[in-house]
Design a protein around this ligand. Structure first.
Ligand code: SF4
Length: 285
């Protein structure tokens, strides 16, 4: 069986940067205790590694309810956070280590600028995703969110003069294109800015070709990872023989029965050691 590994599989620049920043924290020089707001990366192995450094995960409510001194340092993940988090941390005397991906910061700032210019922002993204929430908050919490076809069809922009479309960095290119075409047909003045990250763009283009040219596709990622789910959706639409796994142990002999060519890809939050484990297991099978 021939195995082709995606050239873009695994950590993207933003996730690698966040992971390295946290790995390089000097615990002697930092205000303790240290917490990370949510999962640094949507991958349990990475979360476990960070916990080994004495850095625990906290959720938003725990952060909001914390009293002065209960949190020494707060790590903001690559997905970013809204402006209120920074303000509250300052008031509580909490130090911030900010690993927000520069490409996410760009969308947050665009949301802020367009909101201040009086635009209505149409944000194309997954409703409960951290990155989307952070962009929403930087956009004055007034953005109209479009997560699916139904929400797109139900959008009512009548009476609005200035409208701009911004997108979650890991959105499906095809869905964003559909949103922009739909809006421009109805509202010719609607503006749109391409804020899909290049790493996402390349992965989505490549996975279509891999799915077409192979008998089966293995997508490695966490169910919580937006970009991994997107890769799975795209691969499945081209080649239904696509499987989504978190780790090597999820693979079975039966799934590979009769396949001659298999492509392997992984979401931007999947560490190298998990990809290597999957490849080793496929070769063994
Ligand atoms: S997918 Fe792109 S925007 Fe998101 S963290 Fe990675 S590099 Fe940054």
């Amino acid at each position: 069986m021939k195995i082709t590994l995606s050239q873009f599989a695994g950590f993207c620049d933003g996730v690698r940067r966040a992971f390295e920043i946290v790995q390089n924290i000097d615990s002697e020089k930092i205000k303790k205790p240290v917490f990370v707001l949510g999962s640094l990366v949507h991958n349990q192995d990475v979360v476990n590694k960070i916990e080994e450094k004495g850095i625990a995960k906290i959720d938003m409510q725990t952060f909001l309810d914390s009293k002065a001194g209960e949190i020494g340092t707060l790590i903001i993940t690559a997905h970013g956070a809204g402006p209120k988090i920074y303000e509250i941390a300052k008031v509580k005397g909490i130090e911030i280590i900010d690993t927000t991906c520069p490409r996410v910061i760009k969308v947050q700032r665009l949301a802020q600028v367009y909101f201040n210019r009086g635009y209505t922002i149409i944000l194309v993204g997954d409703r409960d995703h951290k990155e989307v929430k952070s962009i929403f908050e930087w956009g004055g919490e007034k953005a109209l969110l479009v997560s699916n076809q139904e929400e797109l069809r139900n959008l009512d922009l009548s009476g609005l003069e200035k409208v701009v479309v911004l997108t979650q960095t890991t959105q499906s290119k095809d869905f964003v294109k559909e949103v922009v075409e739909f809006l421009k047909a109805k509202y010719p003045n609607a503006e749109s800015l391409d804020t899909i990250c290049l790493a996402t763009d390349q992965r989505q283009d490549e996975i279509k070709n891999l799915a077409r040219d192979n008998d089966g596709v293995v997508v490695i990622g966490s169910p919580d990872s937006a970009n991994s789910n997107r890769l799975f959706e795209i691969a499945t639409s081209v080649n239904p023989k696509t499987i989504f796994i978190e780790r090597a142990e999820d693979l079975t002999d039966e799934w590979f029965s009769g396949l001659e060519k298999v492509a392997v890809t992984a979401g931007a939050s999947t560490p190298d050691w998990i990809i290597e484990g999957v490849l080793a297991r496929i070769e063994k099978l």
